[in-house]
Ligand binder design. Sequence first.
Ligand code: MRU
Length: 331
Amino acid sequence: MRTIDWVDGAIELVDQTLLPGECRVVRIGTVDGLIDAIRRLAVRGAPALGVAGALGVALAVATEPDPADAAARLRSARPTAVNLAWGVDQALKCLDGGFGAVLGRALEIRDEDIAACRAMGERGADLVRELTGRDQVRIMTVCNTGGLAAVERGTALGVAQTLHERGQLAEVLALETRPLLQGARLTAWELGRMGAPHRLVVDSAGPFLLARGSADIVLIGADRIAANGDTANKIGSYALALGAHRAGVPFIVVAPESTVDLATPTGSRIEIEDRDPAEVLSVRDVRLAPEGTGVLNPAFDVTPHDLITAIVTERRVIRPGSGEALVAGTI
Ligand code: MRU
């Protein structure tokens, strides 16, 4: 199954807001429809957003009077995952070649994502074995970084999938990931489909379970990696990194090179998306907090590079926690 693709002149994607109850593919034929799907998280996860951005430019060329203006609106539909802007920019570079050239580049980006996720799975699984020294590995993760966050296979969860396929996965502890429950709704669904052993954990239990020795390694994805290795990812990642550091558990970021943003020198410069208070005040329309309650709802946090044991991409393994830089001179 592909999470997102180009089919007969339009984008088709799995509407992730309906999972795990229903796995429905929706067709999107306008840029505004795509922006809406991105904002309401029908399509989400950094690599999938990169592909959506590129395919969206093809839609813009096919349907909009001013494709560049439509692409600019699409580019800023969500601010934190750099892949969205990256995908839009990659496709825009082909604008002079017309629709065929733009779509061709977008389909290339889709195919590159599939290959990158496979490569990260293999490289990440090797690294996990090296760092843990275990034949059967217990992983902790947050949010959803599986195939639903990419095209076919994921990043951090792709590593878990590779370990499972090799017969080396003991268990995944998946944090439920308040407020939108990507861990409970999406990661648990994907692990179930893989037949991979897993248990769901409330977010605040993560650091304590690491202190108790319940996981051998933490694997997360990334929405933007600054030039110095500071990494923005789903809210809760930073707390896990602190817990992992204290417990002496390796903390690994798995992300494609397209998530590395060399134009952003450090994590303090990464824009963090603030989402609708309603996401915190209610769960699926069931009101939790009293009327009038104020809310802060940052969708992401930033983990400083010194807390990151390694960053795994499709091309390399970098160890920021040991002083190794993504780019010479940035640490
Ligand atoms: O708000 P979301 O669901 O788009 O957040 C997604 C994450 O934080 C993922 O961990 C990240 O995009 C990496 S996905 C391989």
